[in-house]
Design a protein around this ligand. Sequence first.
Ligand code: ADP
Ligand code: MG
Length: 275
Amino acid sequence: MPRHLVENAPRIIALANQKGGVAKTTTTINLAAGLVELGAKVLVIDLDPQGNASTGLGIEVSGRTLTTYDLMVGELPLDAVIQETTTKGILICPANSDLSSADMELVSNEKRSFLLHDALRQPDMALLDIDFILIDCPPSLSLLTINALVACHSVLIPLQSEFFALEGLSQLMLTIREVRQTANSDLRIEGVLLTMYDKRNNLSQLVEADARENLGELVFKNIIPRNVRISEAPSYALPVLSYDSGSKGAEAYRALSLEIANRYGLQQKIHEATE
Ligand code: ADP
Ligand code: MG
């Protein structure tokens, strides 16, 4: 497989929404798996002190001796902190509760919003051959999330298909605008993803119509349905794409991965390589 499938790799995408339980972590894990199926190499940055992405990708708490905290606050090199996961092609910088004190500890650090940005631009990044970096943000607009917004090229916003879903969005959009004005002028919105969609439920359809009307092209064409296999997969430390490859959930995340990969020419490169 030729390396550098994606131009200007790595593309850095932050998955953010200050609301908890909207499928940030689920989407991080399964988008990573979908991109890997398409031939990419993906690094997941677990930026949530709860460490759910680390658990879901098979990194036990006892195996998290060095974490995103050490990468950011300790300024350790990438290769010291990243680990392989249960899925070949997905690497992770794991997290544990150490990260929860970062906000307070960094108050007086001048570079505090740029720590992740700088960490992901270390010279040894080139050696890792990463195509995509996915940053799984905590459920807040704290300094950690600001670090992700400063470090990334674009933000993917998962939106749970339920009442009030759009309400929290204005605050996030405001924060994105502020980061654009101060630290990351090229910051783009990768897209808004409707998650846990139940097509038998009127409410899901209303939220979708509302989102498409207000956000237009920003909303991904593909939607993630509510699917029990998606919620079972993390307890087997696997993405749903390998836990139940034929499930509706796996198919939906595959389609989303393709939608995103196409934007970066990933498919075309794979096609050329196999000709
Ligand atoms: P967040 O990271 O935004 O807090 P999670 O990804 O942890 O959200 O998801 C919250 C819960 O919802 C988890 O238990 C997860 O397994 C479940 N979940 C996420 N997406 C789906 C889905 N499409 N269908 C069913 N359950 C889902
Ligand atoms: Mg999470």
